[in-house]
Design a protein. Structure first.
Length: 193
């Protein structure tokens, strides 16, 4: 089953976070700095006093910076600029996935939050093992689903029946991408539950 192009585009947009905020903030900072430098240059050419610092003073400060600053200060400033550059680079390159999965549907694009899927899987695991909500914890990521079961002390739980219930619940959703399932039964039991 191949969804139409617009459905794939919609689900991709919902699955990945936007870079608009980072791009706008970066653009605004760059525009403000360039506008300030342009204004200072024009004021200097007209012979007017600078708003903050004249371009000649900025040039003199930059050229004298290596001799007037402690080398460790220059290294720290360079490291700070490198970190900002790395953050901007990673924002541009990494996919920025959100905690969501796509449910296959012939009629529409269905995107579900990972917390909703985790709650449904926990409920299925609890029902199959006759446990209370505090005894099952589920975490889901893009490719992995981990179910942690804390059985009542002295009572054995059937890991295979829990796995079957979880797999059945997952097969009803037909998540894309399909996560691998890991069931862990804690050796530490829950007391008095």
């Amino acid at each position: 089953m191949n969804p139409p192009t617009y459905t794939r585009r919609l689900t991709r947009r919902e699955m990945h976070s936007s870079r608009a905020v980072a791009a706008v903030i970066t653009a605004v900072v760059i525009i403000l700095v360039l506008a300030w430098l342009g204004t200072e240059t024009i004021l200097s050419l007209l012979g007017r006093p600078p708003l903050l610092v004249s371009p000649l003073s900025i040039g003199g400060w930059v050229s004298g910076l290596p001799t007037a600053t402690v080398p460790s200060g220059l290294a720290a400033a360079g490291a700070g600029i490198a970190v900002v550059g790395l953050i901007l680079f990673l924002l541009a390159v990494l996919p920025g996935s959100r905690g969501r999965h796509v449910l296959l549907s012939e009629r529409s694009a269905v995107v579900v939050d990972d917390d909703v899927v985790a709650a449904a899987i926990s409920r299925a695991a609890r029902r199959s093992a006759s446990l209370v909500p505090e005894q099952v914890n589920t975490r889901i990521s893009r490719r992995r689903l981990e179910v942690m079961v804390y059985p009542t002390s002295g009572v054995r739980v059937d890991c295979e029946s829990i796995r079957a219930a979880v797999q059945e619940e997952l097969s009803r959703y037909a998540l894309q991408p399909a996560p691998t399932v890991k069931i862990t039964v804690s050796t530490r039991g829950a007391v008095g539950v």
